[in-house]
Design a binder for this molecule. Structure first.
Ligand SMILES: [Zn+2]
Length: 257
């Protein structure tokens, strides 16, 4: 597999991008060799607005809207506070997360889990997706200078390699690594085509572009990532879906399991 997730097609016209300033020069992640798809300060601000909370330890933007806005954040396998972080590819675009939540609510994961039991070929392909996830994480970790993260050795995300517990994880992988890697992620991408497709920008109005972006201060206050708030369709233009990605994913998986 490629060392670097392929860039999605499309330029960076950024016609719908909020506050795309080009003059900020402060790198957030200090890496010896910033990868080509390393997040810009404007990307990080967009991510924090999409999620309604500050983002941490983002190493790359492996999937973008045709307009250039981030769709997926690639996060270091160990956060700077030391926490192991298995969800390497985190879906951030509210239109997509909301649409994927609709699929989960409609029972798509249960149907996929039944097929994983009944279809050995699908199960094998899904296991390969798990391996691809681990390989991609290793590369992200190398670029981030994270070093070994034995706590999550062999552990991917989303229920892989044998179950589907979070479609957001699978879609995040499919968008980041491209079609043909995770068959169930690809199916979920197809399943949201009524709400989002890769060739059209749906950023307008999808998150708050006015006022102060969520900053570090926010992370010190208030209960974020409450299980009761997770696993639901992400409301559009609201800032209250914050939560630790790992917690959100786990909670979502447990709720639907
Ligand atoms: Zn867009």
């Amino acid at each position: 597999m490629p060392a670097v997730p392929p860039q999605r097609e499309g330029g960076r016209a950024a016609s719908c991008a909020p506050d795309q300033t080009k003059d900020s020069e402060i790198p957030v992640t200090e890496t010896p060799q910033p990868p080509a798809d390393a997040p810009t300060p404007a990307d990080l601000e967009t991510l924090s607005r999409q999620l309604g909370r500050p983002v941490r330890d983002v190493v790359a933007i492996p999937a973008r809207c045709v307009c250039g806005n981030p769709l997926v954040a690639a996060t270091a396998p160990r956060l700077s506070n030391g926490t192991p972080f298995p969800t390497t590819f985190y879906l951030t675009h509210p239109v997509i997360t909301s649409a994927v939540s609709r699929l989960e609510a409609a029972g798509m994961m249960a149907e996929m889990n039944d097929r994983l039991v009944a279809d050995p070929e699908l199960a094998a392909a899904y296991r390969r997706a798990h391996e691809a996830y681990l390989s991609a994480r290793e590369e992200i970790g190398r670029r981030a200078g994270t070093g070994p993260v034995p706590e999550i050795d062999g552990v991917s995300a989303g229920g892989m390699p044998t179950r589907v517990k979070c479609l957001h994880v699978l879609v995040g992988q499919s968008l980041a690594l491209g079609p043909g890697v995770n068959p169930l992620g690809d199916e979920a991408v197809e399943g949201i085509s009524a709400w989002w497709t890769p060739d059209a920008c749906s950023c307008a109005g999808a998150w708050d572009t006015e006022g102060q972006a969520p900053d570090r201060d926010l992370s010190r206050h208030g209960p974020q990532g409450l299980p009761a708030m997770t696993g639901r369709p992400a409301p559009v233009r609201r800032m209250d879906t914050a939560g630790d990605p790992a917690e959100r994913e786990d909670a979502a998986g447990e709720e639907r399991a």
